[in-house]
Design a binder for this molecule. Structure first.
Ligand code: MIC
Ligand code: SF4
Length: 645
C-alpha cells in the first residue's frame, strides 16, 4: 500500500509512537520559528529550561506583529528577543524584514523538513512541501531545546485539484471554497494534502496562500508536493540546493477525498464574522465599502502585489474608500520599489504600510464605526479589526484592488483579459536584516536585555486531588482565542506581562470576567464546541491560569488551544452528554472528587453541580504523556521532573 506525502514525512521524523491514526505520535523537529507577540514568552520558557544552545537545524525569530511601538514595551521586547537569540543560537529577523511566514517561505523553508512555529499560520510552509505546524510557545521552546513535538497522528484528506483557474480567480478563492465546503471545524485531526493536475498550475506563493489559510479549517496542517515548480521557486531564491522532489505514492490511500475543479471556481468572499461564512462575490452584490486592506501572511507575495499594481495602474482609489497595502516582506517591497509597481500603488492613492502583520492583528487601520472592510487576510472574527461593530469580508487581492477603485464590492472577472503574471527568474536576495547568532564559545559575552514590562510567566502547581470551584464564565460555540485573549494595539504590548494582560481576558465577551475570576480564587470556564479556535497564543491559557482557572469544560476543543491548556496545567474536559451544557449556569459551584486518580487512570470524571444538585460525567480524552503533564502542573514542571529523574 502506497503512502501519502504526509505519512512519508511524518514517518521519517517519527521518534515516539506508531503511525496509527488518532494515537499520539512524537516527531523530531528540524526548524522552528517564533514571532514577537508569542516570542517573548517562548524565549522566557526556553531560558527556564536551561539549555544553552538551540538544537534544531534552524531556528528563526521574527519581529512582525508588535511593530506599532506606541510605548516602550514593543521595542523592549524586540531588544530582549534579539539578545536572547544572539546568545542561544537563533537567527533574528529584524523588524522591517517582513511577516514570519512570508520570509520563512522565501528564505528558510525546505521541502521534506518539519517546522513548528508559535503562530497558527505556520502551515504556510506546506506550500513548499514541509510539514509545518502551529504550536504554543512552550512547545516551540521544548523543540528548540531538542525535545520531541507531539501531535495526534492525523487523518489525511486528499484535495484533488483539476482544471485551471479562470483569469482573475485566484488561490484565495480555492481556500475559500475549501472552507465553504468543510467549515472551520472540518480539518480537526486532519492534514489537507493537495494533489492532482491542478497543482501544477499553481506557483509556490499561491500554494502557500492555500496552506496558510488551511489553519482556518482547524487542520493540523496542509501540504503540497515538492515538484518542478518548487525547484524553480527555490532556484529564483538562489537556494536550488534545498530542493528535493516529494510526492505521495500513486497508490496512496487517503481517509477522505475532496474534488475541486479549478476551472469552475468564481471569486468568493468570507462574510462576517467567520472565515467559513463564504458566498460568491456576485451573490453578495455591489455592496458599498469603506476600507480595503491588502497584505498579511495570506496574500502579500510579489505575485499578489504585482496583480494589485496592475489593477491600480493609472486609477485613483475611490474617494469613499481608504486603501492600505502592506507588502509581506522586505524582499517583496524592495522588488516593488525597483520595478516601479510601488510607484503605481502610491500614485493611485494607496497608503503603504511597513512589511508586518499590522491591521491583520488590529495594529492600526481600524475601520470607521460599522464600517465595511474588504481584506485579503485570513481571519474576520468579531472585534479583531479593533472596531467592534465593523464588518470584515475576506477576499482575494484581485477582488480587493478592483473594489477599492470602484468603491463597492466588485467581481474582478469584469476586467476581462488578464496578462500573464509570472514569478521572476531571480528574486532580489539580501538577507542583511537577518542577524546570525554569536559563536557558541562567545555566548557568555552576550547580555540579555530585559525591559520593565517583561514579567516572569505563571507556573502551575501539581494537580490537586479535589476541585471545588464556581463557574466564572459560560460561553457559546466557536469561541476564538481572540475572544479569550484579545489582541489589538492596546493589548498586544502587554504580551510579555501576564498579570497585566490578564485584565483583558475575555474582554470581548464579558469585561467583568477577570475581576470575578480573581475574586473566586479558583474557577471553571464552560464553553461550547470548537472552543479556542484561531491563534496559537498561549496567553489564552496563561491568563486563565493566572486568574485561577482550574478546568475548561466544553463540547469540543481546537487543537492548539487544548495543547496550550495542558501545557499550562489546566484540565481540558468535554461533556460526555452535550445536553449537560444547558443545565449549567454561570455561578454554579462544581465539585470534582478523585481528580488525580481520575487523570491517572480514567477516561471520565464525575462532576457534581452543588448549586443545582445533580451530577454528570465529563470526558478527559488524554494521552499518557498529557496525563503526566497535568499531574505535574504543566509542561515545564513535567520537563523539569523528567530531567531530574
Ligand atoms: C493571529 O493571526 O491570530 C496571530 C496574531 O498571528 C496569532 C499569534 C498571536 O496571537 O500572537 C496566531 O495566528 O497564532
Ligand atoms: Fe500576522 Fe495576520 Fe499572519 Fe497572524 S494572520 S501571522 S497576525 S499576518
Amino acid at each position: 500500500m502506497g503512502l501519502t506525502l504526509t505519512e512519508k514525512i511524518l514517518s521519517k521524523h517519527l521518534v515516539e509512537g506508531e503511525m496509527i491514526k488518532g494515537s499520539e505520535i512524537g516527531i523530531k523537529i528540524d526548524q522552528t520559528l517564533t514571532q514577537d507577540a508569542t516570542g517573548t514568552m517562548a524565549y522566557l520558557e526556553f531560558e527556564a529550561m536551561g539549555v544553552p544552545r538551540v538544537k534544531t537545524e534552524k531556528s528563526v525569530a521574527y519581529i512582525d506583529h508588535n511593530t506599532l511601538q506606541s510605548g516602550f514595551e514593543n521595542a523592549d521586547d524586540h531588544r530582549f528577543i534579539g539578545s536572547i537569540c544572539k546568545k542561544h543560537g537563533v537567527y533574528f529577523s529584524r523588524p522591517g524584514n517582513g511577516i514570519c511566514h512570508q520570509v520563512h517561505l522565501e528564505r528558510f523553508g525546505k521541502p521534506g523538513k518539519t517546522l513548528i512555529g508559535s503562530d497558527s499560520h505556520t502551515p504556510t510552509g506546506g506550500g513548499i512541501g514541509m510539514i509545518a505546524i502551529g504550536a504554543g510557545g512552550m512547545d516551540v521552546a521544548v523543540a528548540m531545546g531538542g525535545g520531541t513535538y507531539y501531535i495526534t497522528c492525523p487523518k489525511v484528506v486528499k484535495i484533488n485539484l483539476t482544471g485551471k483557474l479562470s483569469p482573475w480567480v485566484s488561490a484565495k478563492d480555492i481556500i475559500l471554497e475549501v472552507l465553504k465546503r468543510l467549515s472551520v471545524k472540518g480539518g480537526v485531526g486532519k492534514v489537507m494534502e493537495y494533489t492532482g493536475e491542478g497543482v501544477k498550475t499553481l506557483s509556490v506563493p499561491e500554494r502557500a496562500t492555500i496552506t496558510n489559510m488551511g489553519a482556518e479549517l482547524g487542520a493540523t496542517t496542509s501540504i503540497f508536493p515538492s515538484d518542478e515548480i518548487t525547484r524553480e521557486f527555490l532556484k529564483a531564491q538562489q537556494r536550488e540546493e534545498d530542493y528535493v522532489p516529494l510526492s505521495a505514492d500513486s497508490d496512496a490511500v487517503y481517509d477522505e477525498e475532496v474534488n475541486i475543479n479549478l476551472s469552475e471556481l468564481v471569486p468568493l468572499a468570507a462574510c462576517p464574522h467567520s472565515p467559513d461564512n463564504v458566498k460568491s462575490v456576485d451573490e453578495i452584490g455591489k455592496m458599498k465599502i469603506d476600507q480595503v486592506l491588502i497584505g498579511s501572511c495570506t496574500n502579500s507575495s510579489l505575485l499578489d502585489m504585482l496583480k494589485v499594481a496592475h489593477i491600480l495602474e493609472g486609477k485613483t482609489v475611490n474617494p469613499d474608500v481608504s486603501l492600505a497595502i502592506a507588502p509581506g516582506s522586505k524582499q517583496v517591497l524592495n522588488m516593488l520599489a525597483q520595478n516601479g509597481a510601488l510607484a503605481t500603488m502610491i500614485s493611485a492613492g494607496a497608503r503603504i504600510l511597513e512589511s508586518a502583520c499590522g491591521p491583520c492583528i488590529g495594529m492600526g487601520q481600524s475601520p470607521n464605526s460599522a464600517g465595511i472592510s474588504l481584506r485579503t487576510f485570513n481571519r474576520n472574527f468579531e472585534g479583531r479589526s479593533g472596531t467592534k461593530d465593523a464588518k470584515i469580508y475576506l477576499v482575494s487581492p484581485e477582488t480587493a484592488a478592483i473594489s477599492a477603485i470602484n468603491g463597492y464590492l466588485t467581481n474582478p472577472c469584469e476586467m476581462g483579459d488578464m496578462p500573464d503574471f509570472v514569478l521572476p527568474e531571480k528574486f532580489l536576495v539580501n538577507d542583511n536584516m537577518v542577524v546570525a547568532p554569536i559563536e557558541e564559545d562567545k555566548m557568555d559575552t552576550v547580555e540579555i536585555l530585559r525591559g520593565p514590562n517583561i514579567k516572569p510567566f505563571p507556573v502551575s502547581k501539581p494537580m490537586e486531588s479535589e476541585i471545588t470551584a464556581g463557574v466564572s464564565l459560560k460561553v457559546g460555540d466557536n469561541i476564538t482565542t481572540d475572544h479569550i485573549m484579545p489582541a489589538g494595539a492596546k493589548i498586544l504590548p502587554l504580551r510579555s506581562n501576564i498579570p497585566k494582560i490578564s485584565e483583558y481576558c475575555f474582554a470581548v465577551c464579558d469585561e467583568s470576567f477577570p475581576s470575578r475570576a480573581k475574586e473566586m480564587g479558583k474557577s471553571i470556564i464552560v464553553g461550547g464546541s470548537n472552543y479556542g479556535q484561531g491563534s496559537s497564543r498561549e496567553h489564552a491559557a496563561l491568563a486563565p491560569l493566572y486568574l485561577g482557572v482550574k478546568m475548561v469544560l466544553t463540547k469540543s476543543f481546537a487543537r492548539i488551544h487544548m495543547a496550550n491548556l495542558i501545557n499550562a496545567g489546566i484540565i481540558p474536559a468535554t461533556f460526555k452528554n452535550e445536553a449537560d451544557y444547558d443545565r449549567i449556569d454561570g455561578g454554579d459551584v462544581l465539585e470534582i472528587k478523585g481528580v488525580t486518580d481520575g487523570i491517572k487512570n480514567a477516561d471520565t470524571l464525575t462532576v457534581i453541580d452543588k448549586t443545582k444538585n445533580f451530577d454528570f460525567e465529563v470526558s478527559i480524552d488524554l494521552s499518557e504523556r498529557q496525563r503526566e503533564m497535568l499531574l505535574a502542573g504543566g509542561l515545564l514542571n513535567y520537563t523539569k521532573n523528567n530531567s531530574n529523574k
